[in-house]
Design a protein around this ligand. Structure first.
Ligand code: ATP
Length: 461
């Protein structure tokens, strides 16, 4: 059940919030069930204060989705409140049913994310993964349009596609086509099937992936590899549910949910003419971005344990020496979870006995590389604060007397400025680099430039 909270958690404030809602005729049995824990909350607020920002940041970092209810005159501007971490922000017009429906939806989505079939496939509890899973579940369970899953290699796009199919209402099969492994000349046959004699070697009729996916889902992995000449045919079958086999002239029917994945920037493929604009807009009806491992460091140890169990068949998580834990969290994983999984398998193969996984179990090439510390001593990446540049920067900020909010703000500002610089001023590229929306990057740039140029300051934004 959902809860109502004030900005600081004080009873008086909570009472005030409830009183406000009571005055607004919200059915209180739907908002103040005692002793319940919830994924959804309501905050009653007059304006975006520092307290509200802090409460939203805390809620976002946990697993809570918060609706902020502002005064009926609309004086609480929604966009900055959403930017601060709220999932919804509305002016209060006594629309209790709408609020309840929103709360119910949040509860439904969160319980799907926490269900065994989802957690079994996609492990991890980091905010970055949860955000992606929310987008995925909302699109797959509560919508019917195609889903485009993007993200770097090894971030779990295929697993996400399996989750999307599992939570959807599609009753048929999930058919997987990896567009990178099929020679372009055979791709048409793979997707649509062929008639006997359609080409040399077509000795019998073949039904393709579209037929197999009828009433189910078709997953096209690396859809950017799809040859240009097949793209109109894919568009037709997605839009109209009709297609012809290669060498055939009969229209066949198939209704499936299309799920595509790519680790390329499909929009630049569109700009370069390698991917049709109309097909892009069709397949990207809902876009889900799987976060890279560097944005979900909190998941590394639990994933490592899971992969070790997978490697050894053990039922319980292995104990891991703290030095190994440090090394695991601070190394880089260019291949994301695939790299971490392979590393876990290498370590598990070396480990013997019932004790903890120790530094000696880590293969030489996977060990932290020595680097020269500031005092000429050897230090190890991921070890002391002197060797970890991020820790050193944070230490500097703490020593300079900056509060947590300012540290976060300034770090975010620096990251955006750097990403924009590294991508030659291209906002979209900078946004993908940081896992942000283009708009979030523009807002940060505008905020840095000064209040007059803040795009969010315009009417109706
Ligand atoms: N959240 C997760 N929990 C457990 N295992 C995961 C998770 N995400 C990815 N993996 C594992 O990592 C490996 C890579 O996952 P997957 O193939 O789904 O990634 P991908 O993004 O589709 O990769 P590519 O772009 O190379 O096709 C697989 O072994 C998969 O089982």
């Amino acid at each position: 059940m959902p809860w109502v909270m004030d900005l600081s958690g004080r009873q008086a404030w909570a009472g005030e919030a409830i009183a406000t809602l009571r005055a607004g005729d919200i059915a209180l049995d739907s908002v103040d069930a005692p002793g319940s824990v919830s994924a959804a909350g309501l905050i009653v607020a007059q304006e975006l204060t520092r307290d509200l920002e802090a409460a939203l940041a805390a809620a976002e970092h946990g697993r809570c989705r918060v609706m902020v209810i502002g005064p009926p005159d609309g004086s609480l501007r929604p966009w900055p409140v959403l930017e601060a971490g709220a999932a919804e922000c509305v002016a209060w017009h006594k629309q209790a049913a709408a609020v309840s429906a929103w709360l119910q939806r949040v509860e439904d989505v969160e319980s799907v994310i926490d269900s065994l079939p989802v957690r079994d496939k996609l492990a991890g509890q980091s905010p970055a993964l949860r955000t992606a899973l929310r987008e995925l579940v909302v699109a797959a369970k509560f919508g019917h349009a195609p889903i485009l899953i993007q993200g770097e290699t090894g971030t779990g796009k295929e697993l996400a596609a399996r989750v999307a199919h599992a939570v959807s209402s599609q009753r048929g099969n999930l058919v997987v086509v990896d567009c990178t492994t099929i020679v372009p000349t055979l791709m048409g046959s793979e997707l649509f099937g062929h008639e006997r004699g359609a080409f040399t070697g077509a000795v019998s009729v073949r039904t393709g992936a579209c037929s197999g996916a009828d009433q189910g889902s078709l997953f096209l992995d690396e859809v950017g590899e799809l040859p240009l000449e097949l793209q109109p045919e894919l568009l037709r079958v997605v839009q109209e549910g009709t297609y012809k086999r290669v060498g055939g002239d009969r229209w066949l029917h198939s209704k499936f949910r299309l799920i595509c994945a790519t680790n390329r920037d499909l929009l630049s493929e569109v700009a370069g003419g390698g991917f049709r604009t109309d097909l892009y807009h069709r397949i990207a009806a809902s876009v889900v971005t799987m976060p890279p491992l560097r944005d979900r460091l909190e998941d590394i140890l639990c994933l490592f344990a899971r992969f070790c169990r997978e490697a050894t068949g053990a039922r319980t998580d292995p104990e891991v020496d703290p030095a190994v834990q440090d090394a695991l969290v601070s190394r880089s994983y260019p291949g994301n979870l695939r790299d971490l999984r392979q590393l876990a398998f290498r370590i598990a193969a070396r480990h013997v006995g019932p004790g903890a996984i120790t530094p000696g179990d880590v293969p030489r090439d996977d060990r932290p590389q020595p680097s020269r510390g500031p005092l000429g001593k050897d230090a190890y990446d991921g070890g002391t604060s002197a060797a970890n540049p991020l820790t050193a920067a944070v230490a500097w900020a703490v020593d300079a007397g900056l509060g947590l909010r300012e540290i976060k703000e300034r770090a975010a500002e620096e990251a955006v400025a750097l990403a924009v610089e590294r991508s030659g001023g291209n906002v979209h590229a900078a946004a993908s680099m940081l896992g942000l929306t283009d708009r979030a990057v523009q807002q940060r740039q505008a905020r840095k430039a000064g209040p007059q140029t803040d795009p969010a300051a315009g009417e109706g934004t």
